[in-house]
Design a protein around this ligand. Structure first.
Ligand code: APR
Length: 252
């Protein structure tokens, strides 16, 4: 099997998608045929859907939160945390996942591009997002305590980037700065993502533009497979420890 060419100079930019968590038991999106647990994404993952039926949206995300009970990182998450310990600031991990499993495995330089399932924020005021592990309580759409104290009624919402919403500019700036600074030293590694959702799907092109090398580890060839220099097909948890040269995670 091939191994990634990591030298003392390498800057490693990793992009992960739902496939990296599949072996932990978190279902991927498109494997469910465009439906999320039987819901059309427009109902549960758009601002308009939230305005139309906040209870449905909260029930959906409450179930997602409950679904993470007992879910733990797999060998792929551990391998990425391990290589970060070796590379330090020469490493950056961008994830489209909202399951928190990279941080649970010990990754620190993580950009949660699409938000975090275990955080909520106010749909109205600018209080910072906060950790929130509450499951759905039937018939209850949680309200913002800060707005209430100011005599306003405002719904809390999951801290997730829904379809049609804009990704935090600071995230994109940080990725761009890392990529530009790396230049030809950049190794870009995408893992378990279908290459359909932007801006993540275009990171491979940014890597090429600065003269970097791109790698893909995926169960099957995704939409943007032709844009990668190296493609390794298979399960991330099986492939990554060897590909990154970090061996198996410690037994727990
Ligand atoms: N190892 C590697 N790849 C895998 C594995 C595995 N064990 N299992 C599945 N895959 C691959 C699938 O073949 C598929 O190409 O992971 C990919 C998962 O694709 P999606 O389900 O489309 O997930 P993702 O690319 O992360 O979706 C992007 O779309 O719905 C939105 O916001 C949501 O973040 C999500 C974004």
């Amino acid at each position: 099997m091939k191994t990634l060419p990591l030298t003392d100079d390498t800057r490693l930019l990793v992009l992960t998608g739902a496939g990296v968590s599949a072996e932990s038991g978190v279902p991927t999106f498109r494997d469910a045929g465009g439906l999320w647990e039987g819901h059309d994404v427009r109902e549960v993952a758009t601002p308009a859907g939230f305005v139309r039926d906040p209870l449905l949206v909260w029930r959906f995300y409450g179930e997602r939160r409950r679904g993470l009970d007992g879910i733990v990182p797999n060998a792929a998450h551990h391998a990425l945390a391990s290589i970060e310990r070796r590379l330090g600031d020469r490493f950056l991990l961008v994830t489209q996942n909202i399951d928190g499993l990279h941080r649970a495995a010990g990754s620190e330089r993580v950009i949660d591009l699409h938000g975090d399932l275990m955080r909520s924020r106010c749909s109205s005021c600018d209080r910072p997002p906060f950790e929130d592990r509450q499951a759905y309580r039937p018939g209850v759409a949680p309200m913002c305590g800060r707005c209430k104290a100011a005599g306003q009624d405002a719904l809390l919402r999951p801290d997730i980037v829904w379809f049609g919403e804009i990704i935090d500019r600071r995230f994109l700036d940080r990725i761009e700065a890392f990529t530009l600074d790396a230049g030809r030293r950049l190794v870009f590694l995408a893992i378990g993502t279908s290459g359909l959702v932007h801006p993540a799907a275009a990171l491979v092109d940014a890597a090429r533009t600065v003269g970097g090398t791109s790698w893909l580890v995926n169960a099957e060839a995704p939409a943007n497979v032709d844009r990668f220099d190296h493609v390794v097909l298979g399960a991330a948890g099986k492939l990554l420890p060897e590909l990154l040269g970090v061996g198996e995670p410690p037994a727990v």
